[in-house]
Design a binder for this molecule. Sequence first.
Ligand SMILES: Cc1cc2nc3c(=O)[nH]c(=O)nc-3n(C[C@H](O)[C@H](O)[C@H](O)COP(=O)(O)OP(=O)(O)OC[C@H]3O[C@@H](n4cnc5c(N)ncnc54)[C@H](O)[C@@H]3O)c2cc1C
Length: 419
Amino acid sequence: MSDEKIFAEGFKSTPYWWEAAPPGTVAGSPLPSETDCAIVGSGYSGLSCALELARAGVRSVVLDREDIGWGASTRNGGMISAEPKFADPGTLRRRFGEERAARILEDGRATLANLQEVCEREGIDCELQLTGRFVGAHSPAAYRGLEKKAGALEAEGKSGFELVPRSRQHEVTGTDYYHGGLRFTDGGSLHPALYHRGLAEACRRHGVVFCPGTEVLGMERLTEDTRAPRFRVHTARGAFESREAVLGTNGYTGTATPWHRRRLVPLGSFIIATEALIPGQVEQMFRGFCTMSNTQRILFYYRPSPDHRRVVFGGRASFRKSEPARASSVRLHRYLCEVFPQLRGVRITHGWSERGLHLRWPSPHGRARWRAFLHGVQRKRGPDDELSRPENRFEDLGTDESALRLRRSAFPDPTPLRR
Ligand SMILES: Cc1cc2nc3c(=O)[nH]c(=O)nc-3n(C[C@H](O)[C@H](O)[C@H](O)COP(=O)(O)OP(=O)(O)OC[C@H]3O[C@@H](n4cnc5c(N)ncnc54)[C@H](O)[C@@H]3O)c2cc1C
């Protein structure tokens, strides 16, 4: 199949998810003259924060340079797990000690229940499907790594996972690409843009003010009193004052916040969606419609679409920050066919990019400027969340070399936002 033939007629370089829930449907309000909390960025981080604040009676304004929901939150894979994937329990314990490692792990595991609770409480219908997930080993050595991981989980008394040797792999997936893998019964997938829309609607119901098309150009600290902070927020549409500011700008963090920008490395990533497949084909590849990822450093992650008719396949197609959608799509299609040769000849209808981030390491803490929350789909928790606790707000999540390094930093202003 020539490169051009992989594109279905009407191929779009916008997310497949936007067919059901495009960004830009949330109406904006004029800039206020003042508020309790200015939230920059309207993805999951910004909206989850706004929602929690609103439920606690704190007024907030969500500002986005683009439409509400334009960023990674409506573009990602929508895959969910309840297992923190950045390190195994043993590594965590060695780095942080028993107690803290246990808290970090519990936090990660609690996110799934939290996600379910938010969806239920706020009536968010986002095609949440808890179908489990499979991590495929790309080599025999990687399988041994998964065996070790399974052993560590077992030693912790955890259940809900199973090592699947290569000989039984077809019970989970229709590919021979892997050398066995680890199957988890927890986790699954959701429709990321519908989840985002549900969060935005919940925010709206709770009185959150939205200002789309409002680039934040900078923030000025009006007082050095960290117990009663005050900011002037400068935007392309004017300025206003706020008691607190939250930055949820992800890989799109720019010159408005140079302190953060220096510490973040944006990484481009790409996802493709296939055309509708013949009935039964998706289930043959994803038994029980579980989601899948692999152990390679250059991760692929893939899943069935919520209607089980397509494959949504993501990965790092290029190390460039951005690349034309068609070029990335060609590359990803090639990887897709390596994993599922039966999809040769299947065309793709959507191919899109998004920008995630890595934190530079080491990341000096110094005096906190603004509060930052870093969340994935599930990474929203209340004030008890280990990463949201005031003393942890400036965290160093490390790079591949460091695996994970969470340090308790001296956050000078633990004043809760509650009135
Ligand atoms: C390729 C990829 C796949 C992923 N897949 C998954 C997955 O399957 N499961 C999962 O749990 N997580 C996944 N994630 C992670 C998840 O998508 C992100 O962690 C999450 O969406 C980040 O949300 P956010 O609110 O922090 O940022 P975003 O949703 O990216 O929002 C940031 C917003 O900030 C705005 N902004 C930036 N600067 C300014 C400014 N100066 N003024 C005003 N607005 C500004 C941008 O316009 C943007 O809308 C994936 C990430 C990537 C990169």
